[in-house]
Design a protein around this ligand. Sequence first.
Ligand SMILES: Nc1ncnc2c1ncn2[C@@H]1O[C@H](COP(=O)(O)OP(=O)(O)OP(=O)(O)O)[C@@H](O)[C@H]1O
Length: 377
Amino acid sequence: MKKEIQFEHVKKSYGDTEVVKDLNFTIKEGERLILLGPSGCGKSTILRMIAGLENITDGNLYMNGEKMNHVPSGLRNVSMVFQNYALYPHMTVKQNIVYGLKVQKLPKQEMENRLNSVMEILQLRGLEDRLPKSLSGGQRQRVALARATVKRSDFFLLDEPLSNLDAQLRESARKELVKIHEMFNQTIVYVTHDQIEAMTFADRIALMYNGELQMLDTPDNVYHRPANVFTAKFIGSPSANILEADYRNGWVHTGNQAFEVNDSWKEHMNKQSFDDILFGIRPEHLELSTSPMSNGLEGRIKYIENLGKSCSIYLEADGQEMIAVSENGSWKQGQSVYVRPQSDRIHFFNKATEKSLGHPAERTETNQTIEERRVLV
Ligand SMILES: Nc1ncnc2c1ncn2[C@@H]1O[C@H](COP(=O)(O)OP(=O)(O)OP(=O)(O)O)[C@@H](O)[C@H]1O
């Protein structure tokens, strides 16, 4: 049976408050699925339902093809790592790591083999006899990862496992996690609110907001083909520009000004016109110039944020606010500028539903395999 996790109309309420709404999706065998979203959107609750630490209010949860709604946590073949490590303080590093295997009554030789391999991967050699209190935060987190890894369970669940580490340690821990995943090919479900972590580690991202799944797709598609305004704005920094517009005969009118889209967009929009739509463009997909450009909008710089490597340029065009990014440090507040949206990077959304009107030459998740995606990362 496949190591899949399947949600079928899964809901979770606390009292009258529904915190997870009608989840319907499948986490594929061996994939790294990231549950991403702002604080309070229900990520941890979903993870805890998979782990069996939280009851399901409605719907069904299947793992390995079996209904799991009422199966106790200990029988679900999961291992879990939390943000706060939760190591046993009175046990040494080695005792912490093998404790679960002892409970499982694993043969001694097998236990030693697993311990040795994980000590090597997670660079814990030399720390075997130390107590958790004598370890640094990064070392404790690696012990917690090691303890979960040695179980070699079908499902590996991680709840913000790296959020207590500094940026450098996070990056190296992510690499170690990838190594562990390549060795044991577990199905990984990983909760974070950090989009960089999601973009770099995920095979697919499940983006949540307010208990609802907003988009489930590869990082590439979540970034380039956002399914709705929330996704466009949540992914990417600075956040995507969303402007009110009309679309008529291949031209996007943002007020008094307009620019023409390319032929594939014209074909995609199928000769229709739309009043009152939302036009989206990421700051990094706006070209800036001091002189007029064809298909550019005229605007004025309101202020500039210098980030060192690049500047965020806040400007106003046609009475609407936009952000552009530029590596050129010579822009001046109050300056008159021209901005041109890159035609193959634009997005349109229905104003009422905030859902995407699609993209030309749409690429769906089904024609990009996990292996293809990992080559791209
Ligand atoms: N035991 C509980 N009783 C009542 N409400 C709860 C309980 N646990 C969680 N909630 C609520 O459910 C919602 C989702 O919580 P959850 O912890 O899943 O969010 P999250 O996305 O993981 O957030 P964070 O990133 O801040 O950890 C929140 O509004 C939270 O207050």
